[in-house]
Design a protein around this ligand. Structure first.
Ligand code: S3P
Length: 743
């Protein structure tokens, strides 16, 4: 059921939510036939009189007429109604619901199997209010609100896509979660607050002279107790349906109340103030970042700084976060594949999460990430929907350039935007070759973002890339999947080949000629869903490789690191400098080579970096320069102009920082010369570049005094748990947040 436009929708339960769905669907498509049943005859009549519902009646009569059945009833009623609905619905019809609990359907006494519920794609709109009944229904209730789908193993990609399209038509942002995680999260964020609101009113009600108390109650009580005006039947249902998850979070809450009670009894003023202060800050963050987020581009936060104490050690065995390049590609290719792709080891960093959000915006149902796991319901090569707003790529050049290729070939228009740093990065390197394939792309001034893309029919080209850029190559290969004939890229030097490997993993033929340095695809074939296990990111591992390489006494093992030959420049260069790196347990994981790396201290010496290594170590230079600062003699890099157009001008940013630490540095238009020696401390600006921030954290291991690094928030784009892992191995780093507004 790909096109849901002319389908008859049956709404079971015409309360505030059901009524708002009916009104919203009617507004989106006035010709759509909406039928409804409810025990409230007046509500039904009102909806018919409003022209929203064309027919009302008994469930058994209406069910066989519907293509999509929406259960807008409390969670336990969903279970009660399902047997009758399954019995009388047309076999190809779909069911969805709105209940705020999702697991009970499969675990309650009336439990169903996933196969029995193959046509039921559960959903939960995070919208509503304490009001109830059809009279409170509005036609825009779901616009720009989140709706969580919790598809299960019995659902097909087509059913999931149809239910996604239905909620999308109501203006919702469709997210995906596993049902277990959904119920845990909702227990904490929605069910618990409702229970507390009911409880506080109940407590006051039972006080002596409660009338008097209510008379004097003011705004605070009204604010806190608002949720207690919610529908009593609905909420008693929710708590029974989600009892296990609620019980767990309620235990934590009760413990917290007992702790507060003790602190109050003991007059522990400071303790109370500290707890209240932390809660106040957390709430303010929630309001500004999640509840009423400012425009994304205003959110570029310089609010995080790192403070690094000199010395420390590097020992242990760790696994770094998933590879950023592979994580982006897993979402892109899985979204346009046919079938369901499971991804594990996914990097839950901001960059890759923006890519997830972009594909959700284009109608792809993506469940997760939860602990690095994602399930992507591919919509096929021509199944993406026109985005309703510009797609925000955050800090990520990779996402913007790869998506430019994919979007240039769609049947709809789109716009790609990014943060302050991305907005300064060159996009003509992809826009120009794409234009020669027939693409219609406008860049901002001087070839920078935003990109306005009008979907066009493309023709394959052979493109000799002037720079060894995997982003350019991947962009063109993605466009080539849709282009007429062959699209071939020829690279001047080998650069990362994750796109080629992953395309082959999705069953798409890529012709690679190593001698020529070319990769080619012929447009028109399909991608088949697969499983992807994302290896640890060697670009993140690099900080720890250098940390151990420069720290006397170190002994560190990095597990499950991606060692694709097009990425191991950092290992090659550190070995050239004399580093002691052992690789073991080498294996192939989903087409990508992976190994465990053990590294121990050995005095490094300066080197002249071979140009062939530059594309293989392109992201690792900031931290390699720190290694050079600790090496004996000079390290010279030339031919690396690309470093000037990364997330910052990395040649200048590193030179400035190393200078502050007292290291002798000379920069060139295309490189840098670093003379190893002693490092002092000082205040460093990372220029909002994640890799500069992490590189100077590593420098602290050998600096003589402390290093303070400003503008570190973007570390979250590639390595969200960097500070934790760095501390775990013995580095002396701490992160400080400040609530400074940045716009
Ligand atoms: C990337 C390619 C590299 C790299 C970037 C990720 C990719 O950029 O710097 O962090 O995933 O394709 P270039 O291809 O522009 O060198």
């Amino acid at each position: 059921m790909k096109d849901i436009n002319n389908k008859v929708v049956l709404i079971v339960g015409l309360g505030m939510i059901g009524g708002s769905i009916a009104r919203g669907l009617k507004k989106a498509n006035p010709k759509r036939q909406i039928i409804a049943c409810d025990t409230d005859i007046q509500a039904l009549q009102q909806a018919v009189d409003d022209g929203v519902v064309s027919r009302s009646g008994e469930l058994a009569t209406l069910c066989p007429l519907a293509d999509i059945i929406i259960l807008a009833v409390p969670p336990l009623t969903v279970c009660e109604l399902l047997p009758e609905i399954l019995n009388c619905m047309a076999p190809s019809s779909l069911i969805t619901d709105v209940a705020s609990v999702k697991s009970h359907i499969f675990t309650s006494s009336e439990k169903f199997t996933e196969q029995e519920l193959a046509n039921f794609v559960p959903a939960h709109p995070i919208a509503g209010s304490e009001k109830s009944g059809y009279a409170a229904a509005v036609d825009d209730l779901f616009e720009q609100r989140n709706v969580i789908l919790t598809p299960h193993a019995g659902n097909s990609t087509d059913s999931v896509a149809a239910i996604n399209a239905l909620w999308r038509e109501l203006g919702a942002n469709v997210l995906g979660m596993t049902r277990v995680r959904h119920d845990e999260v909702l227990a904490a964020t929605s069910h618990l607050p409702h229970l507390l609101a009911y409880a506080i009113v109940d407590v006051l009600l039972k006080q002596e002279q409660s009338e008097d108390i209510f008379r004097y109650a003011a705004g605070g009580f009204a604010d806190f107790s608002r949720l207690a005006s919610s529908d009593a039947r609905m909420w008693s249902d929710i708590f029974v349906a989600n009892s296990a998850a609620v019980e767990k979070v309620l235990d934590d809450y009760i413990q917290s109340l007992l702790d507060f009670k003790t602190a109050i009894k003991k007059h522990e003023h400071e303790k109370l103030e500290k707890s209240f202060g932390a809660a106040k800050q957390a709430r303010e963050n929630f309001i500004t970042q999640h509840f009423k987020p400012k425009k994304q581009e205003e959110m570029i936060s310089n609010q995080l700084s790192f403070s690094v104490q000199p010395g420390g050690q590097v020992a242990g065995s760790i696994r770094v976060a998933g590879d950023k390049s592979i994580s982006h590609r897993s979402i892109i290719l899985a979204s346009i594949a046919n079938g369901i792709t499971r991804v594990t080891g996914f990097l839950e960093g901001e960059d890759a999460l923006n890519t997830v959000a972009a594909f959700r915006e284009m109608g792809v149902t993506i469940v997760g990430p939860e602990n690095g796991e994602l399930t992507i319901y591919g919509v096929g090569k021509n199944g993406l929907q026109a985005p309703r707003k510009p797609l925000y790529m955050g800090n990520s050049g990779t996402a913007m350039r790869l998506l430019a290729g994919l979007l240039a070939a769609q049947s709809f228009d789109s716009e790609l935007t990014g943060d302050e740093s991305l907005t300064e990065r060159p996009m003509n390197r992809v826009a120009q070759p794409l234009r020669s394939m027939g693409a219609n792309i406008d860049t901002g001034e001087s070839g920078t973002p935003p990109l306005a893309i009008r979907g066009s029919k493309l023709k394959g080209i052979t493109y000799e890339m002037p720079i060894a850029s995997a982003q350019v190559k991947s962009c063109l290969l993605l466009a080539g999947l849709y282009a007429e004939g062959e699209t071939k890229t020829i690279e001047p030097a080998p650069c990362r080949d994750h796109t080629e490997r992953m395309l082959q993993g999705f069953g798409y033929e890529v012709v690679i000629d190593e001698e020529e340095g070319s990769s080619a695809v012929i447009g028109g074939a399909d991608l088949k869903a697969t499983q992807i296990d994302v290896p640890g990111d060697i670009s993140s591992a690099a900080f720890f490789l250098v940390a151990a390489a420069i720290t006397p006494g170190s002994d560190l093992t990095l597990q499950h690191v991606g060692v694709n030959p097009t990425r191991i420049g950092i290992i090659n260069l550190l070995r050239d400098m004399g580093a002691n790196i052992e690789s073991s347990n080498e294996r192939l994981v989903g087409g990508e080579p992976v190994a465990d790396l053990r590294i121990r201290y050995r005095q490094l010496k300066g080197i002249v970096i071979s140009e062939a290594q530059i594309p293989l170590a392109i992201d690792e230079f900031p931290v390699l320069f720190v290694a050079a600062a600790c090496a004996e003699g000079e390290t010279l890099l030339r031919g690396a102009k690309e470093l000037r157009v990364k997330e910052s001008d990395r040649l200048d940013a590193m030179a400035q920082g190393l200078n502050i630490l007292g290291v002798a540095v000379e920069t060139f238009d295309d490189g840098i010369k670093i003379t190893g020696g002693q490092m002092g401390g000082g205040a460093i600006n990372s220029f909002g570049d994640h890799r500069i921030a992490m590189a100077f954290t590593v420098a602290g291991l050998r600096s003589e005094s402390s290093i303070d690094i400003a503008n570190c928030a973007n570390v979250a784009t590639s390595f969200p748990n960097f500070v934790e892992l760095a501390s775990e191995v013995g580095m002396r780093v701490s992160a400080q947040k400040s609530l400074k507004a940045t716009s």
